[in-house]
Design a protein. Structure first.
Length: 142
């Protein structure tokens, strides 16, 4: 029987879950965090003010944030690749905030990319297991 993992992620958290047989819900496997992500964001905003007082440029700190998100995507992809090589899952569903989903797509190995059966470009990292399982259930035909 195939084992399906579900990854729900944003630029700071990646929750890895395993789908129970017959769509009976999700079980937690692992949670990866980039604890500095939110702290860095506020630091970058604060640094953007600098000597200019109340003005902030639209791109202030964007380069650093992107580098950190890219590094986190690479970390998540590494965990997924190792787990696939160990035979811990055979199918993968990716759910991530749109920008982070793009970074994950670039970071995963060809082996991991080959087992992705579904992607959803939404930031659902804070939803419960029950809410996520409900989103993954097939909708009955009308």
């Amino acid at each position: 029987m195939p084992t399906t993992w579900v990854v729900v992620a944003d630029e700071a958290i990646a929750r890895i879950m395993q789908q129970r047989p017959e769509d009976k819900g999700l079980d937690a496997v692992e949670e990866l965090t980039d604890p500095d992500a939110h702290a860095r964001e506020s630091d970058l905003r604060r640094d953007a003010f600098g000597r200019r007082g109340m003005t902030v440029t639209a791109s202030a700190g964007d380069g650093e944030k992107h580098k950190e998100a890219d590094a986190f995507a690479t970390d998540v992809a590494g965990v997924l690749d190792k787990a696939l090589q160990q035979g811990r899952y055979t199918r993968l569903i990716l759910i991530a905030a749109p920008r982070f989903l793009g970074l994950l797509r670039k970071a995963v190995s060809p082996g991991v990319a080959a087992v992705i059966e579904r992607e959803l470009d939404k930031d659902l990292v804070h939803e419960t297991h029950e809410e996520l399982a409900a989103r993954l259930r097939p909708t009955p035909p009308t």
